[in-house]
Design a protein around this ligand. Structure first.
Ligand SMILES: Nc1ncnc2c1ncn2[C@@H]1O[C@H](COP(=O)(O)OP(=O)(O)OP(=O)(O)O)[C@@H](O)[C@H]1O
Length: 924
């Protein structure tokens, strides 16, 4: 192995005219081979506490007097700085206005200035990188497009033409083909299909179809008819914008947005004005339920929970439960009519008619969908959607849905499983008579276990009462409709000649007695044991098998990278993808905590393009404030022009590694709302660039042209992996997803393989290649990497502020790492971490002990317990009592609690657990 212990020195040329040092370029770095190299790899001992002993001695001479003066009881020797520092720290870290950390920071910064030739040991003492090989994993595949068009769905012509003209969409996606007819029937539906498969339109189109058909036309004052609950603000904005586009032809249907971060006052005003479709995040909707009288769900016909599994995670579950309860309460309150109740008990009218609100204009209505009936009734339709299902979703479905249908689009399963239960004897009987072999479309394959049962049912032999969703029910989709049966009543099966009629009745008569007995027996049996439910079975299979589906158009890889090389490898990928790629690449980098996102985005932007990322953001913040003031407080931010979102870039500063600007964006849950929305909008329209983010961007967001997803930190679950990867390869587009793993984390790949996710290992030695283009004087890739690392470290040690942010990011990551959920902890084990190497991957030169001390004295790290910021806080609850408080587990004890892991917290808050609180509780 080549000797990589190199002295890197920056040559400080003086600018002759200004006397300032000339701009540093990559060529300014000199690589000096170690003299008298003997061929051995020499591990140079790192200074303890990040302060070299020699330096301490030298430094302590300079401020000797100063420090000597600080200590009145001069017990220790004046030159013994270390013991003085200890004294300072023991003295609660404060001494004459300066604390221990201040003094240490000065030392570390001076040390950097002194060490113009810092010796980097990037390539020494790294663990071996194993070759993982690939197991025979057959990924689950889903067919994205259905081969049918929107016209086949019998939707309003304006919807179809709008889709074509404004969105350029004509062909149906599989999930849309399967789900839209079921939703139009007014049934409760649980939809599972892969990321980017068009689930949003799958529920948005039938909803609009149902609403536009109501006569007389509804208006915004009639009350909210549809609520769409989504987990993040970005997804809320995106969904709202989609509704706005789709509703261009139906201006009497008004969509509205309630997402956190906006002014309550403006939102209240919007609610007072009236809305038909409300899109929002759970916390904010819940917040308005408590404080805004005009928000009423009495007329609600449809509740949609997008990313349902995420909505039931810790932090959201309470809010979702409160929304469901509010809907039920409002509806009950609106329909409470004592006289009607008396009449009901006297007349005992059929169930369905009871629920229908009398519509005086019924005759005016033309051809309307059953869904329109639902909108006009006191009933509620519930739609749950996600690319991944959990036990919690199953439980929620059990509690909030009636006779649901499960739509799963994965190949080999392609389930549309109905839950109509067999204990409804009337339905069972009618099904027995009506069931004919053609009733089940060959296109619909059912779950493996239940397929036999269904085929029996279809032949009329079985009396399970399970109504298979069939082509006969939706002839317009499945092409089973003939001109003959189109005009016949549905239960009229006798389209044969008189002979066959005779045969039919003869057989019926002969078998009459036997059949009666058989039916009796079966009915008795049914009473004894309830027949298995098709929906439940299909759903259970989907959850138990735990098969995760990813778009087949995404090339999934992983790279095993030793800890020390992670940061330079990240730089290299960004250079390769966003700078060297002539077409202009767009990538998303997922990180564990918001501190990491902020620090890495600023550091990499500063080092690569020479701009100070932090300053640029601050400047941007100020210009935003100005723009806001100009605009006034109370108005709709949604209508802001995109010009106001333009970043006012500074001229590239000195010493960037690349000759062009790199568009770096960052997104996490604790950013100011305006900035968050602005970043999201900008990244959506950008042609190239890199977005650093937490899992806040992992769900649902649809950013065009993202061609690479990098998971810099391993996800907290296989499900999170799926959603992160799902940000690329959307709508059958080609994409790439790669994941950085430490050699100690290699087995995580096996965990994913168990869920039928197939990844390929990429050669880690190739990852650094593109760094040669930013350090052209380096003769080897390793030398280029060392140069870039030196630059990163110098930047991170260029000021106290940088140093504080670096160590905060490092600490937040260490804490995050120890909080991985139990399921993945065997693969992502904090005990395997080399914290010294980890510090290097944050461009830090201090030893872990010194960083831990720094973390303890960092006030910014002592934040309150991380929580969903959107939730109503306990104190607030006391001050303004509203709806009855929902406790965790409000959907019943069945809900499985997730560990209060950092991965959930990281989206919303600092990403730091309240260590003190935990210890206190334990002690009690
Ligand atoms: N019929 C269609 N033909 C072509 N593109 C479509 C069609 N329907 C939707 N799309 C596009 O597919 C992309 C993904 O759609 P959408 O965001 O609804 O996916 P999703 O299934 O909700 O994904 P996720 O699970 O990540 O939330 C969008 O850009 C959308 O415009």
């Amino acid at each position: 192995m080549e000797d990589l212990q190199l002295n890197i020195s920056t040559t400080k040329k003086k600018n002759s005219s200004s006397g300032r040092p000339s701009p540093k370029t990559s060529s300014d770095y000199k690589f000096l081979a170690k003299p008298n190299y003997s061929g051995k790899i020499i591990a140079r001992k790192r200074p303890q506490n990040g302060i070299p002993r020699k330096f301490i001695e030298k430094y302590s001479e300079e401020p000797k007097n100063k420090i000597a003066k600080l200590s009145d009881n001069n017990v220790t020797k004046p030159h013994d700085l270390q013991s003085k520092l200890r004294d300072l720290s023991e003295n609660k870290g404060k001494f004459h206005g300066r604390n221990y950390q201040d003094v240490t920071d000065d030392l570390v910064l001076k040390q950097k200035q002194r060490s113009g030739a810092w010796i980097s040991s990037l390539f020494k003492n790294n663990p071996d990188v194993p070759r993982m090989g690939q197991r025979a994993v057959k990924p689950v595949v889903e067919k994205v497009f259905a081969g049918r068009t929107f016209q086949d769905l019998n939707l309003h012509p304006h919807i179809v033409s709008n889709m074509k003209q404004n969105m350029n969409l004509t062909e149906l996606m599989t999930v849309q083909q399967k789900a839209i007819p079921v939703i139009l029937e007014g049934r409760d539906v649980l939809i599972r299909s892969q990321t980017g498969s068009g689930k949003t339109l799958a529920y948005a189109l039938p909803i609009i179809e149902g609403l536009q058909a109501i006569r007389p036309k509804i208006n915004r004052h009639d009350g909210i008819r549809v609520v769409v609950v989504v987990p993040t603000r970005e997804l809320a904005v995106q969904t709202y914008e989609l509704f706005e586009k789709l509703l261009k032809s139906f201006i009497w249907i008004v969509p509205g947005l309630l997402s956190g971060g906006q002014k309550r006052k403006a939102e209240k005003a919007r609610l007072r004005k009236g809305l038909t479709i409300l899109v929002g995040t759970p916390g904010r909707i819940n917040d308005h339920l408590r404080h805004t009288h005009s928000l009423n769900f009495a007329k609600l016909g449809c509740l949609i929970l997008d990313e349902a599994d995420r909505l039931l995670d810790m932090g959201y579950e309470k809010d979702v439960a409160a929304i469901v309860k509010a809907i039920e309460d409002h509806k009950k309150a609106a329909t409470y009519d004592p006289m009607a109740l008396v009449k009901q008990t006297i007349n005992k009218a059929p169930e369905k008619e009871e629920t229908l609100i009398e519509d005086p204009n019924k005759e005016e209505m033309g051809d309307k969908h059953p869904l329109t009936d639902v909108f006009l009734s006191t009933e509620r339709q519930t739609i749950l959607l996600s690319a991944t299902l959990t036990k919690a979703v199953e439980n929620l479905a059990g509690i909030t849905m009636k006779e649901p249908v499960f739509v799963d689009t994965s190949d080999g399963k392609a389930v549309v499983a109905d839950s109509l239960k067999p204990n409804k004897k009337d339905e069972v009987k009618s099904l027995k008579i009506a069931a004919q072999p053609e009733a089940v479309s060959p296109e619909i394959k059912l779950t493996k276990q239940k397929s036999d049962e269904i085929s029996n049912n279809a032949k009329g032999n079985a009396n399970t009462g399970i109504k298979a969703f069939s082509g006969a029910n939706h002839p317009e989709i499945f092409g089973t409709e003939t001109t003959e049966n189109k005009h016949k009543p549905k239960d009229d099966k006798n389209d044969s000649d008189s002979d066959s009629d005779y045969e039919y009745f003869k057989v019926q008569k002969e078998l009459g007695e036997d059949k009666k007995n058989e039916t009796k027996k079966v009915d008795e049996k049914e009473e004894q044991e309830e027949q298995p439910n098709m929906f439940e079975n299909a759903l259970k299979t989907a959850i138990v098998e735990d098969e995760l589906v990813l778009p087949s158009t995404v090339n999934q890889t992983f790279i095993l990278i030793p800890m020390k090389l992670r940061l330079v490898s990240l730089c290299s990928l960004i250079v390769e993808h966003c700078i060297l790629n002539k077409k202009g690449g767009k990538m998303i980098v997922f990180m564990a905590t918001l501190e990491m996102v902020d620090y890495h985005s600023e550091l990499i932007e500063t080092v690569l393009s020479g701009k100070d990322g932090k300053k640029r953001k601050q400047k941007k913040g100020k210009s935003d404030e100005k723009a806001k003031k100009k605009k006034g407080d109370d108005e709709d931010k949604d209508e802001e022009s995109s010009d106001e979102y333009e970043i006012d870039y500074q001229a590239p500063a000195e010493g960037g590694l690349v000759p062009m600007e790199v568009d770096v964006f960052s997104l996490h849950g604790s950013m100011p709302h305006e900035q968050r929305m602005e970043v999201f909008k900008q990244f959506r329209t950008a042609r190239r660039g890199v977005l650093f983010c937490t899992d806040v961007a992992a769900r649902g967001i649809d950013v065009p042209r993202v061609d690479l997803v990098l998971q810099y930190c391993a996800p907290a679950s296989a499900t999170d992996y799926v959603h992160r990867v799902g940000r690329t390869g959307r709508a059958a587009q080609v994409g790439a997803a790669t994941m950085f793993l430490l050699p100690s984390e290699a087995e995580f790949v096996r965990h994913l393989e168990q869920k039928r996710i197939r990844l390929r290992q990429t050669d880690e030695s190739k990852v650094l290649e593109s760094l040669r283009s930013v350090a052209p004087t380096a003769h080897t890739v390793q030398r280029a990497a060392i140069a870039v690392q030196a630059k990163l470290e110098n930047t991170a040690h260029s000021s106290k502020d940088w140093l504080a942010r670096a160590s905060r990011a490092y600490t937040s990551w260490v804490r995050f790492y120890s909080g991985y959920p139990r399921e993945v902890r065997p693969y992502l084990d904090a005990r395997q971490l080399h914290l010294g190497h980890a510090a290097k991957s944050f461009a830090l030169r201090e030893a872990p002990g010194a960083l831990a001390k720094r973390a303890r004295s960092d006030l910014n790290l002592k934040k309150e317990r991380p929580m969903n910021r959107l939730s109503v806080k306990e104190e607030e609850e006391k001050k303004r009592p509203g709806l009855p408080k929902m406790k965790p587990g409000a959907f019943g004890s069945k809900i499985v609690y997730k560990q209060n892991s950092m991965h959930t917290a990281s989206e919303f808050d600092s990403g730091l657990p309240p260590l003190d609180n935990y210890t206190k509780k334990k002690k009690k």
